[in-house]
Design a protein around this ligand. Structure first.
Ligand SMILES: Cc1cc2nc3c(=O)[nH]c(=O)nc-3n(C[C@H](O)[C@H](O)[C@H](O)COP(=O)(O)OP(=O)(O)OC[C@H]3O[C@@H](n4cnc5c(N)ncnc54)[C@H](O)[C@@H]3O)c2cc1C
Length: 484
């Protein structure tokens, strides 16, 4: 008789959400976690970065307060206090997750799990944390604790991802860090090179630039945030450049050398150059966190990159074993992990559930902020859609003017024939909140006409979707018509 109905390996936004849903469905559930509850998202991802970015935003706003007729003299920041505020928020939220697991009757087992069979895992003390150096890790088994074996009817793998490594000479030098290591930076570096201009790299670049670092971003593709619509990437590049961040696109880093106290970064592009840095932050993607998991003993297959193969019900190639979150490589986002977790828990509890990845919003918390859902213009055309596009600038919105934040635009990609919304792409204030309307529009298969006909409160930033839809219909109210 198995000890648990369901054992979940990993307590991140995939694992802990699955555990709560499964417990609500009446299952006897355990979560094994080797670090701290909340996973990457709460501890060294979404939440701590957004907490620090908020400090940067406050500093930036106060520094420019005179444009609002407000005078704040001698505006300065204390980076140690910025980090302490972040730590407090993380502690509160991770404590909340631990409390929720307990309140739902979920057993939390501290330690590192590895498969010894499809539904049998061995749990052991993983030793010192590679991530946390500021005290005992949540998941450390008590000193001298012996290995324990746990069985369950079903198992969910929710072990997440870890930073990808940069395969160039010098990538292991002191001062070359990943996004995990960035949380250990105690002073704003004078010169920072960020390798990789996707969401993670762009957020750190913006944060340190606001706090006064001389920042260079090196991106291999022809634009920043290359997964976004090309107009969005181009707009972010222009904005970063105006803010004094050096943006080198179409460039690769070929090596890093120690030169005295500094690091010399060799960059290959249209021309070869070197850049001096005090810190080099590598943000070149993520790889599945399956080290020491012994997937082979469970018969779990992975793709060529090591991500676990799953179907739409999150089933792996091993019977009774499911996988959710980053480790499946579907879309490396916390809300996707959580949604997969809810779906897997429902499937295991015998409910009819499946996951659809059509309307997944994604946000990048740079300034200006970016958010998108659905197809980019290029992806829609490549997928055989005949499309129309509609754009509306924040500068034409009264609310954006009042906020003093007018940079950016909303671009909608719609089918040319039925005007169904295929993609929404926003760069500008509160983009990450505004995108919810786009996600709803796509999941309800709404058209431009329906977006335009929906009454939006005035004056709000939310009017941008309606105004963009009106533009797409050739009926713009607050921008001049294209030509008469
Ligand atoms: C800097 C940064 C910023 C980010 N910002 C955002 C954002 O703004 N929005 C967003 O949606 N996403 C963001 N992400 C991505 C987000 O953090 C991940 O998509 C999300 O955490 C994935 O959740 P998960 O449950 O799959 O895995 P994780 O959160 O990685 O959790 C996995 C857990 O499993 C544990 N574990 C692993 N192996 C074992 C084992 N063998 N035994 C026991 N425990 C194990 C780990 O310790 C970890 O706690 C960010 C990521 C980074 C790095």
């Amino acid at each position: 008789m198995p000890e648990f109905d369901l054992l979940i390996i990993g307590g991140g936004p995939g694992g802990y959400v699955a555990a709560i849903r499964a417990a609500q469905r009446g299952l006897h559930v355990a979560v094994v976690e080797k670090e701290r509850p909340g996973g990457v998202c709460l501890n060294w991802g979404c939440i701590p970065t957004k907490a620090m970015l908020r400090s940067a935003e406050v500093f930036e706003t106060l520094s420019a307060a005179s444009q609002f007729g407000v005078y704040a003299d001698n505006v300065r920041f204390d980076f140690a206090a910025v980090r302490r505020r972040k730590d407090g928020i993380v502690a509160e939220l991770t404590g909340g997750v631990a409390g929720l697991l307990k309140a739902n009757g979920v057993t939390v087992i501290e330690g590192h799990a590895r498969f010894t069979g499809p539904t049998t895992v061995e749990i052991f003390d993983p030793g010192p944390s590679p991530v946390f150096t500021d005290g005992p890790r949540y998941g450390a088994a008590p000193a001298g604790a012996s290995t324990r074996t746990v069985t369950a009817t079903d198992v969910i793998v929710a072990t997440g991802s870890v930073p990808a490594l940069l395969p160039v000479p010098g990538a292991d030098l002191p001062g070359v860090i990943t996004s995990d290591g960035a949380f250990g930076v105690t002073e704003v570096p004078a010169r920072l090179v960020v390798i990789g201009g996707s969401a993670v790299g762009a957020e750190w670049a913006g944060l340190f630039a606001t706090f006064g670092a001389d920042v260079t971003v090196v991106e291999m593709q022809d634009r920043l945030v290359p997964l976004e619509d090309k107009e969005i990437g181009a707009a972010l590049g222009r904005s970063f450049t105006q803010r004094g961040i050096s943006v080198l696109t179409g460039c690769t880093v070929t090596g890093i050398e120690q030169s005295g106290d500094a690091l010399t970064v060799e960059v290959d592009g249209a021309t070869t150059r070197t850049i001096q840095a005090d810190v080099v932050l590598v943000g070149v993607g993520r790889r599945p966190n399956t080290a020491d998991l012994d997937l082979k003993y469970a018969g779990i297959d992975t793709d060529a990159r090591g991500f676990i193969l799953v179907d739409e019900r999150l089933r792996t190639t091993a019977e009774h074993v499911y996988a959710i979150g980053d480790v499946t490589g579907k879309a490396l986002l916390a809300h996707v992990a959580s949604h997969q977790g809810i779906t897997a828990a429902d499937v295991i509890a015998g409910h009819d559930a499946g996951i659809d990845y059509t309307a997944i919003p994604a946000a990048t918390f740079t300034h200006p902020e970016i958010a998108s859902v659905g197809l980019t213009e290029d992806a829609a055309r490549a997928g055989g859609h005949e499309v129309i596009t509609a754009k509306f600038p924040f500068a034409a919105l009264g609310r954006a003017k009042a906020l003093g934040d007018t940079e950016g635009f909303c671009k909608i990609v719609a089918g040319a024939r039925h005007r169904e919304v295929l993609g929404v792409h926003i760069i500008g204030p509160s983009a990450s909140d505004l995108i919810a309307e786009g996600a709803l529009a796509i999941s309800l298969e709404a058209t431009l006409d329906e977006l335009a006909d929906t009454i939006h409160a005035h004056p709000t930033l939310g009017e941008i979707g309606m105004e963009a839809a009106l533009t797409g219909l050739g009926l713009p109210i607050h921008t001049a018509p294209r030509s008469r």
